[in-house]
Design a protein around this ligand. Structure first.
Ligand SMILES: *Cc1c(COP(=O)(O)O)cnc(C)c1O
Length: 431
């Protein structure tokens, strides 16, 4: 299997090259040249397999033989070394908790998988050296830092907006040391993102082998399929229609769910739940794709005005709007609706959700209302402790801080302050 660029102006590449490049030379996203289908027998007997066995079967066709089976098994086993509980929070309504990984955000899976693939590629090429350059509004940075910590041949440089990430998030970025460096940017997330984009186009960095680690990278995007297969394993026996509602920002996670369906996972439908950044809900309403400047909300990991992975969803459906609409819908919710949902889930079901999960919960309501034969699953993409500043005052409730977070909060922050692209450049070239 090769990967094509969605701009169609660059040659097809191997998995390895797609991972190392991140983006194709023509600036297009990489996309598998064909979608593999899974053996029906595998889906029908999925409960017989462990999570790692499922992940191996699902990802294998995308890797070809570029990573030997034994290595790939180790990589997926290591990637999925924590639980993915499905918690029933109300009638026919489940929370798929994706926050039991090291940084308590669902991005841990993609980051761990990508790091281990790069480590394998570097092992077979001992003078390889990559610099991962990534901008974060919060969760990506921590997951990438943790996933790549001590991976040989890889240096990680994370840009984050000073004063705009939560305490927990900042400590997760700035306290690891080793091969991880945090650059604290005097500006907002968009400034960080702009600097990173500029660096990828800057020919002065050719010798550094700059690589991205956001969800445009196929090695971070593809393994998110695992969640849907793992949840299906548990829900299959209920014999009902299954719907997933995915709190969406850059639309990488939900796109991998749609990919799982194309490969043969019997899911009845997907709902992309967004906050006020409603570019995709508007598109599904009028067929007109009109991105906007992003708006700040309480579910800030989804404050994206022009979702980078939506083009992959369109490609998956060959731009056929009618076909896409059968499987996919999208709804937007305001911050006040999100807060109300957090309160009602707490009051009615005694379950704590953070704002992203609450948006996902809201996405299910219409689907479940008139359909007794439907099961709805919302993805809870982060632990409530990561969004304490919203969760505690909204619910008037003190969240118990997990041990691992307490430890990190007591560590000393180390960051390098920068203000401009020139400062980023001189830092990168001086290393
Ligand atoms: C990144 C993130 C999202 C959005 O995921 P996408 O794949 O970008 O749509 C949702 N919730 C949380 C907590 C996140 O960190």
């Amino acid at each position: 299997m090769l990967y094509k660029s969605l701009n169609l102006q660059s040659p097809k590449v191997s998995f390895q090259e797609a991972v190392i490049r991140g983006l194709a030379p023509d600036k297009g996203l990489y996309f598998p040249e064909e979608i593999p289908t899974l053996d029906v027998e595998f889906i029908n007997s999925i409960e017989k397999y462990s999570n790692a066995e499922i992940a191996f079967t699902v990802i294998k066709p995308f890797i070809n033989n570029e990573i030997p089976d034994e290595e790939l098994k180790k990589i997926v086993t290591d990637t999925l070394c924590f639980d993915f509980p499905l918690v029933e929070v109300g009638p026919n309504c489940y929370s798929l908790e994706l926050f039991h990984g090291p940084t308590m955000a669902f991005k841990d899976v993609g980051a761990r998988f990508m790091a281990r693939c790069l480590a394998y590629f570097n092992k077979t090429n001992s003078n390889a050296k990559n610099t991962i350059l990534v901008a974060t509004s919060g969760d990506t940075g921590g997951a990438v830092a943790s996933g790549f910590l001590n991976v040989s041949g890889v240096d990680v440089v994370i840009l984050y907006p000073s004063g705009k990430v939560s305490d927990v998030q900042e400590k997760q970025l700035t306290t690891l040391g080793q091969n991880i460096t945090a650059l604290e940017v005097d500006g907002v997330f968009d400034d960080c993102q702009d600097m990173v984009k500029k660096a990828f186009l800057d020919t002065d960095f050719e010798s550094l082998q700059l690589t991205s680690a956001n969800s445009i990278n196929v090695a971070r995007w593809l393994p998110q399929m695992f969640y849907y297969f793992i949840a299906y394993k548990t829900l299959k026996t209920k014999g009902k229609e299954i719907y997933f509602s995915v709190p969406s920002g850059n639309f990488g996670n939900i796109c991998s769910g749609l990919l799982a369906k194309k490969m043969g996972l019997p899911i009845s439908g997907f709902i992309a739940a967004t906050n006020s950044n409603d570019t995709v809900p508007r598109f599904m309403g009028d067929g007109n794709y009109a991105p906007k400047q992003s708006i700040a909300t309480i579910s800030n990991a989804m404050d994206v005005g022009n979702p980078s992975n939506f083009i992959r969803i369109l490609e998956l459906y060959q731009n056929n709007f009618a076909e896409l609409s059968k499987d996919f819908s999208s709804v937007s919710f305001s911050d006040s609706e999100t807060r109300e949902a957090m309160k009602s889930i707490h009051k009615n079901f005694n379950y704590i959700v953070e704002p992203h999960g609450a948006v996902g919960f809201l996405g299910l309501q219409n689907k479940l209302k008139n359909n007794a034969n439907a099961i709805g699953v919302f993805l809870e993409t982060a632990h409530p402790v990561k969004f304490l500043e919203t969760v505690e005052p909204t619910l008037n409730y003190k969240v118990k801080i997990p041990q691992s977070i307490q430890e990190i909060l007591s560590k000393e922050k180390k960051s390098i302050k920068i203000k401009s692209y020139e400062q980023l450049k001189s830092y990168l070239l001086s290393r």
